[in-house]
Structures are given as structure tokens and as C-alpha cells.
Design a protein around this ligand. Sequence first.
Ligand code: NAP
Length: 452
Amino acid sequence: MCSPYSGELVGRVAKGGTAEARRAVDAAERAMREPLPAHKRAEILVRVAGALGRRHEEVARLICAEAGKPLSAARVEARRAMSTYTMAAVEARKLVGDMVPMDASQAGEGKLAFTLRRPVGIVGAITPFNFPLNLVAHKLAPTLAAGCAVVLKPAEQTPLSALLLAELATEAGLSPGWLNVVAGPSGEIGDVLVEDPRVAVITFTGSGEVGWRLRERAPRKRVHLELGNATPAIVDADADLDDAAAKLAANAFSFAGQSCISVQRIYVVREVYTDFLERFLPRVEALRLGDPAEEGTDVGPVVDDAARARVLEWIEEARTAGARILAGGSLRDGLIEPTVIAEASPELKVSREEVFGPVCTVTAVDTLEEAIDRANGTRFGLQAGIFTRSLSAALRAAQRLEFGGVTVNEAPTFRADQMPYGGVKDSGNTREGPASAVRELTEERLIVLQLP
Ligand code: NAP
């Protein structure tokens, strides 16, 4: 593995393919023959959370090294992973079914019935590079909480954080077979997860292109998809503009825009458009571009040369089409400058596709309704945000925005790990966050008892 910033070697990882993936499924199957009681699963999860706390700085530096994520953001990710494990431990201890009111129908009289929540089976998990620790945590921790064994394929660029989590789980007392990490060619490992009938669920976080294809290929499995977005934020006429500018500037460029909910499209009601830009642009220009391992760096590299070339091409497409570049727009020391584009028409890629780079658009709109229509105008629906002082505007937006989550007076990049999090439309078909994920990784079994 090489640093996306310097190209220096960060680590070496054994490469696994079809045979290793099959062996991993065998191991998972053996492990699940002897179920782990909930209290043991919870204890292991709590121990992993504790180890993440004790080794916090080392974990953050590993994320920074393999993903090129600025240290400050890597530290936040490491802290969030602790929270993900902690919340999953809570869920492991409260996994219950429901009582069924049997005498509510004539047929049920004289019976007692309840449901149990049972682990769904072996889980195949596939994760992206951009949160190499916490998005892996969002797969591994709920899987164990639900009582399932897992075969994880981490992203090619970032297997080290995933392997560290596996090491922490082993140190925390998890027996072999429950957690299997196979790093290697995605096609080969993906094929095993799709084709092996013992894998009951595929849980995937990444691009729609790969995710929806996996779902088509595995019609008899549950395929949970957490996909991309072209994240919109609305600034209404009565918004606190300083607050909106500060939060949006920070969240459009954090980790060089490589978050599925990075702010990408900002719609500002026209009467405050100039005032907003006066506050927003200086904040963007003040962001420090540079080595992610240096304290104080805000924006580092995108993940590889191909991503850099693609993002620059999309900026160029906008420039050529007559959009105005208000900030950035070029390379500085090999890094893409934080770029703000005005007057980008809706058909440009920066307006309708996921940029996944340090680029956002700002657009003046006449009304809140127009802002909402524009925000809804892509195929994505993960999170959206609105800045307003009006309760009725906030509620109107919350009702009309077609997204899995809507933030009010907070950037749509906000996520706390216990939240039910996930998209509609092309952005996915599931909810993560330990409580939601555990529900999705278990199934109900009905028990009916004849009363004496
Ligand atoms: P990606 O290219 O789709 O890769 C994601 C994972 O899928 C990687 O582990 C990749 O392996 C694997 N993969 C690729 N082709 C495969 C195949 N044929 N079969 C099985 N697995 C395959 O996405 P990415 O570039 O890493 O991540 C960026 C995307 O993730 C963005 O669209 C972003 O919005 C989305 N994302 C969504 C969320 C969310 O929670 N909704 C969170 C973060 C990111 P290799 O790396 O080995 O190719």
C-alpha cells in the first residue's frame, strides 16, 4: 500500500483471491455452528472500543497514512469508530423480539406467541476507501452484535485499518472464523460472496455502479447498499449566514470532498447570495492545502491519479460551458485546490453526478421551493441540509426533500454513528447505524405455544 500523498510505501498485505475467500466462508460457517451468547458479543465489542481509545493516535495515523486523510479528520474518524463499537455493544444486549397478541383473533385463542430475532447467517461485507476504519466498523460491529460471522473485503487502497480492527477483535477474545478479512482482487472475492449460497447477506458501501450490479447478481440474497450522493445544502433568506458559511466551507472540502455526504451543491436564495459568498469564499480560501500528516492541513490529496484527472476534467467541463470559477480550479503542488463554481447549469457533471473531490457549486435561486426542486433534481437521495431561522421553512424542506436524512442548521455532512443513516433513490436501499444494521442483519422467528 502506498501513500496517496507521497507515494511512499505504507505497508504490505497478503493478497487473497477466490480460494482464500472460499476458505473464509468455510471458517465463518464453522464459527456460526457454536453461537456466541449476547453478553460475550457485547463484551468483545466493548473491549474493541476500549482498545481504539487506548491506541487512538496510532489508529488515526494509520488512516492518515493509507488514505491520505488529514490527521485532524483521521482523529475524528478514530473517535467515531469507538462510538460505533460502543453503540453496537448496546444493541447486542437488547436484541429482543415481540409478543404477538394471539387472542386478538379467534384463530389465536388459547395460544401464546412471540418472536425471536435470529442472526441472518454469514455476512459478506465490502467497504470503500474513504472511511477505512469507521465504515468498516459499521459493518463489523453490528454483524457481531447480531450474532453473525463475516467475510470482509476492504478497499484495495485501504486494507490496513480493516486488518487492525480484526487484530483488535482477536485481542478482545473473538474466536477464529467470526471475522475474516480477505484483501485482494474485488472481482474474485465479490464473485465468491455473490455465488456461495452460504453467504446470506451482502452489505456494500461504495459506488452505485458496483453496488446495484451486485444486487442484480444476487437476487436471492439480501443486498444492503450504502451508495453515493451529490449532496445539496440550501441557504434560505433568513439563515444565519456566518454559521452557514463556516459549516459549508468546512464540509465541502474536508478529506478533499471524498465523503458520500460532502457538501457539493449549495443553493442560496437570491437576496442573500452576495452576502453569503462574501462570508463563504474567504473561508474556502483560508483552507490549508498540503501534507495530510502535517498538523493544520485541511485539504490533502484525492485518492489516486485517476480520481485527480477525473475531477479536473469535470472542473474544465464546467469552465468551458461558461460557469464561473470563484475559487481554486487548478492544481497546486499536485493537489486540487478547493474549488467553488458559480452558474453551473444543471446538466453539467458537477451539478448532477457525485464529484467526490474538493469541488462545490453555488447557485442563486428565487425561492425556497426552487431550491428544494433543484436539490431533488438528481438521481441521488442520501442527505440534504437547510439553513434557516424559520421553523416552517425547515419543516417544509424536511417534508419535501427526497433524501434519507435532512439536517437543519447543520451541514448535510453531519453524521453521528447511532443515527439511522442511508439513502433513497440511487443512494441505496438500507439504513446503517448499529440499531438499524442489527435489525437488518437478523430475522424474526415466530414461536407459537399451545396454552394448557
Ligand atoms: P467503489 O469503487 O464502488 O469500491 C467500493 C468497494 O467495492 C471496494 O472494496 C472495491 O474493491 C469493491 N468492488 C469494486 N468492484 C467490485 C466487484 N465487481 N465486486 C465486488 N466488489 C467490488 O467505491 P470507492 O471509490 O471505494 O468509494 C467511493 C464511493 O463510495 C462513492 O460513491 C461514495 O459516495 C460511496 N460511499 C457511500 C457511503 C454511504 O454510507 N452511503 C459511504 C462512503 C462512501 P477495490 O477497492 O478492490 O476495487
